[in-house]
Design a protein around this ligand. Structure first.
Ligand code: PLP
Length: 1004
């Protein structure tokens, strides 16, 4: 039959072209591309297909083509005889029905990565648009028996026991019979597409949004909400957070096809039913034709999605999906708010002290709280207790209150990391109020209730003894109050069902360790729904879900103080951006398309306003870790004691100078302290010029040495970059010694080849009777794109420059202090000893500090009578900090860590390079690494758009990376030196996810 198709097409449709077979479940499908570039799909139905069904499909497509213009849908092509369905005889001499439809362009959703929130929402909008457009469509063929029709799901019951996990599917089947079937007649019904799966949804690759829908083969007259349920069932497959994905598609669907509350209510069960149908049909198909993988392609992901979906409490799905449509998430809330307004004055006091009179501290435990301070001060339970005590003591109060809606940094650790659809996230938003009070403080019942549960949630940092009371207020309103971190002896006597009278002693605040080992406090929370739980309840929520959870758990502040005790908010990103534009220069750049408002740093991590923890792979300034407690303490103490200048004697200066110079080889034994890397290079240039009496400098292409005048003049990265005016007459550039894409790529000879340019320049200068004062170069070129100098390069350049009396300045601002792993200084990789070394960035771990280290001979020549005075350079605070940084590098073996973690990362990145052709080169030393993105391995054309995409995607997945290099296609990795192997593994996993995304595909 296939051989006869070209003739058939020519004869009946006057079309000819290339036919490509497509994978299909039952039918034979071909893609037809004509010589003029038009595209069609030729569909030959399986033998025995009901013609009325095909007529119905055709009628739907024709109906929609008049009504839907925003999305692409297949259109039916008439044959020359005006017919839409033709007959063709197959190889077994059977008659098959044939149709020709237009080809719908786009990428299948199944092949699209990532499934961003916007993309998922757009699939909802697409599906909702089709559902809505079909609302009045009628066709006799749509009233049919179909096992994929969710309203006909009874048949699944017979097979449920044979399934892999009957326990998971049974509740959905039971709920269908019990609650859905009886109300089917009352729910909206119409003809629907009935199969919005990821092989039927098309994506516009340029917009990354849904653009079209195909395959009306499962269309049926049924519940209209089933269209969304089916879309959800597929949208949640392979997603770590199924609920978030369901909410995204629901939001989009509702925009196009407004949903009714009763429809949203049954979505949980319908999604479960659809997944159950998928696994049941797959199991049956497997039995029938085990070799036909396409028949059970969705089976494994459907089971995984089912497990996750079934594990969710039905009501959290209900509330979340209501929220996605703009309805108040929790329907009881309105009744609770009314009740509270009318009854707040009747609530009994929960404590003996009256917080309208007794002073208390509004305890600020928010992620940006300056009083809470360094992570080190709450990282252990003992430290946390000390901090709470200090905060209360400083305010001279016994009681502290607060916490509802507060974004807290306590749980943003690896142990509490949860993978969401957009990378890791943490539950940081606190849902109760905490009352910090002495252990044994009595707690009274604020209103009548019944004990719903008493449970000791034993374990460090858990709730400890916990009581939940049930309050039945009316037919519409039952709510619960939760009391956590209680005294064991004061809760033991209570039992489920005990009735508790308002104003009676309920319990007491527990002491550590029995209260979860916290400093004594009551966690008090209101719950409008127990969400199928007992004894325990989430006390914190993900920021992305906080609106839902805060709706279920209203602010309990009124119960305690008659007022709400809400945390101070944060300035929004928009406000910060606006104020920045208003008050600061426009050439101050921000990282990432979505800038981040950072509020806290700790080790290799930064935290934003939502308490989201970002792994920092690109900031080498907090060398020993962001906000290292030892450095912080030294800074605080010395600031409190003395800060002055070098016109006095103080040991902080001399001790630091000795400690710093001890790290250098002879004869580099004299240091000058400054405030930044730029200032260090500025001083180094002045020294070289003073020492030699000459002005000319040799520098390297794309080198960067700082932001002041003299150093911009030797920074080709700036003067040859945007807004630059080219090299000044005194600067002479050597080419970037890049062995991957540069002029000389033979690694054996590149060092000598690139160094030879120094001689050429010097010869040229000699013709003008000029001699260079020196040569300045970074030990590994950072802005140049993490360019590792080729072997022998420095040895040869130094020799050439020194031969005419010039000095060799190595800029270690980026790479110094053990970062390169095998050595303490980057220049040591080349086996040379420079004349001057400049230091900055990591030297003060974020404190403004820099240094120039040189020889006694050069330092003496520089002391030509002009005083060297620097108001801040060498002040005792900076010196104390610099010294502590050196001590921590040593105490924590950070150089060794850089070597071992760096080597591991380098090797693993090379492994990724083998899998992903976009990675052209991987290079670096220790924890100073880079990889270069290219469009084609042969041409090595840089891929800056992809590099920017990668950095932005990694930022979305909570990893900070940055791009650099003359073509902005190099990703730099230079994290704080406490970066661990676990961090490296996490980074690699996340990179692998992003490398698989559509935007990262390049030619081989
Ligand atoms: C190699 C190098 N040298 C010097 C500087 C200038 O340092 P600072 O910004 O502290 O003045 C930088 C800054 O990025 C640098 O990368």
């Amino acid at each position: 039959m296939i051989d006869s198709l070209p003739v058939f097409l020519e004869k009946n449709y006057q079309l000819s072209g290339t036919l490509t077979p497509l994978v299909g479940e039952l039918d034979l499908n071909f893609r037809l591309r004509t010589s003029t570039g038009e595209e069609y799909i030729l569909k030959i139905a399986h033998f025995g297909e009901n013609q009325q069904q095909l007529e119905m499909q055709n009628a739907i497509m024709t109906y929609l083509s008049d009504r839907v213009s925003t999305y692409q849908l297949p259109r039916v092509i008439s044959a020359g005889n005006g017919q839409h369905i033709l007959k063709i005889t197959d190889d077994q001499n059977r008659e098959r029905l044939l149709r020709l439809l237009t080809w719908v362009p786009g990428e299948l959703l199944a092949n699209t990565r990532p499934h961003s929130s916007a993309l998922l929402e757009s699939t909802g909008h697409l599906t909702g648009t089709i559902t809505k457009a079909l609302s009045d469509f009628q066709h006799p063929g749509a009233q049919r028996k179909l096992r994929w029709d969710l309203a006909q799901a009874d048949w699944l019951q017979a097979y449920s026991k044979e399934l892999k996990q009957p326990k998971i599917v049974q509740p959905f089947l039971n709920d269908f019979i019990k609650t859905i079937k009886p109300q089917i007649g009352r729910l909206s019904q119409q003809v629907i597409h009935n199969d919005a799966n990821d092989y039927n949804i098309l994506i516009d690759p340029s917009q990354q949004t849904a653009s079209g829908l195909i395959d009306f083969g499962d269309a049926v007259h049924t519940l209209r909400i089933a269209d969304l349920a089916i879309l959800i069932a597929y949208a949640i497959m392979k997603k770590p957070d199924v609920l978030a994905a369901a909410a995204e598609v629901t939001r989009g669907f509702h925009q196009a096809c407004p949903l009714l509350p009763e429809e949203i209510k049954i979505l949980y069960t319908l999604v479960g039913l659809r997944l159950t149908t998928t696994v049941t049909v797959a199991a049956l198909n497997r039995k029938e034709s085990p070799d036909h993988a396409y028949h059970f392609i969705s089976e494994a992901p459907a089971w995984k999605a089912l497990e996750k979906w079934a594990a969710l409490p039905e009501n959290i799905v209900h509330y979340t999906l209501r929220g996605a449509t703009g309805l108040p998430p929790c329907p009881q809330r309105i009744y609770f708010d009314q009740w509270l307004t009318n009854n707040k004055d009747q609530l009994a006091p929960m404590f003996e002290v009256n917080f309208s009179e007794t002073p208390f501290l509004k305890l600020n435990l928010q992620v940006d709280s300056p009083e809470l301070g360094n992570n080190h001060d709450f990282g252990t339970i003992e430290k946390f207790a000390e901090t709470i005590q200090r905060m209360l003591a400083e305010a001279s109060v016994t009681y502290g209150l607060g916490g509802y809606g507060e974004v807290r940094p306590f749980y943003s650790t690896d142990a509490y990391r949860v993978m969401g659809n957009a990378g890791p996230h943490w539950r940081t938003v606190h849902l109760g109020v905490d009352v910090w009070a002495p252990a044994d403080t009595e707690v009274y019942a604020p209103l009548d209730g019944t004990v719903f549960s008493v449970k000791n949630n034993a374990g460090e940092r858990d709730y400890g003894p916990t009581i939940i009371l049930e309050h039945k207020i009316s037919d519409q309103l039952t709510f619960y109050t939760l009391y956590g971190h209680l005294s064991l002896s004061a809760t033991e006597k209570l039992e489920k069902g005990d009735s508790i009278k308002k104003g009676t002693l309920l319990t007491r605040i527990g002491p550590p360790p029995e209260n979860g080992n916290w400093p004594p406090h009551l966690h008090f929370q209101i719950l409008l729904d127990m969400l199928e739980g007992a004894g325990d309840f989430p006390g914190v929520a993900f920021p992305s879900e906080q609106e839902i959870w805060k709706h279920i758990c209203p602010d309990p502040g009124v119960f305690i103080t008659k007022k709400n005790i809400l945390p101070r908010g944060f300035p929004t990103v928009e406000t910060l951006l606006k104020d920045r534009k208003k008050n600061l220069g426009a050439n101050l750049c921000l990282s990432y398309a979505e800038p981040i408002a950072m509020v806290r740093g700790h080790k290799q991590y930064l935290y934003d306003q939502e308490g989201r923890r970002y792994l920092d792979t690109c900031n080498n300034v907090p060398h020993v870790g962001h906000q290292h407690p030892r450095v912080v303490r030294v800074a605080q103490r010395q600031t409190a004691l003395l800060n002055t200048n070098t016109r006095y004697l103080y040991p902080q200066l001399t001790e630091y100078a000795a400690a710093l110079t001890a790290k250098f080889p002879d004869p580099l034994k004299v240091c000058f302290l400054v405030n930044s890397g730029s200032e260090a290079n500025e001083l180094a240039l002045r020294m070289a010029r003073t020492y030699t009496g000459w002005q000319e400098m040799l520098a390297v292409e794309v080198g960067y040495h700082g932001n002041t005048n003299a150093v911009i003049d030797v920074s080709a990265y700036k003067f040859n970059g945007k807004g630059g005016v080219g090299a000044p007459a005194t600067t002479h550039l050597l080419p970037l010694p890049d062995t991957y894409r540069g002029k000389h790529q033979n690694k054996e000879t590149a060092g000598a080849d690139y160094a030879a340019y120094a001689q050429t320049i010097i010869d040229q200068l000699a013709k003008e009777s000029k001699v260079p004062a020196g040569f300045i170069c970074e030990s590994i070129l950072s802005c140049g794109g993490q360019i590792v100098l080729p072997e022998n390069y420095l040895k040869k350049v130094f020799k050439t420059v020194r031969a005419v009396g010039g000095l060799c300045i190595m800029d270690e601002v980026q790479v110094g202090f053990g970062r390169v792993g095998d050595h303490f200084w980057g220049f040591e990789l080349q086996g040379v000893v420079p004349d001057i070394v400049t230091l900055g960035k990591p030297i003060g771990n974020g404190h403004p500090l820099g240094a120039v280290v040189t020889t006694r001979k050069i330092a003496d020549a520089f002391a030509n009578g002009m005083e060297y005075f620097n108001t801040f350079g060498g002040n005792p605070v900076s010196c104390a900090i610099g010294r502590e940084v050196l001590a921590v590098v040593e105490a924590e073996n950070l150089q060794q860590n850089a070597a071992s973690v760096g080597n591991y990362l380098l090797e693993e990145l090379k492994r990724l390079q083998q899998r992903f052709p976009i990675i052209g080169d991987v290079r670096g030393h220790g924890l100073f690494l880079g990889f270069e993105l290219i469009k084609n391995r042969k041409t090595k054309i840089p891929a800056p758009e992809q590099a920017a995409y990668l950095a932005n995607r990694m930022r979305q997945r909570a990893i900070l990376m940055s791009t650099d290099g003359p073509d902005h296609n190099v990703i730099k990795i230079k994290p704080p030196m406490c970066f661990t192997k676990a961090d490296a593994i996490f980074l690699l996993e996340q990179l692998e996810i992003v490398f698989q995304e559509n935007q990262m595909k390049v030619e081989n």
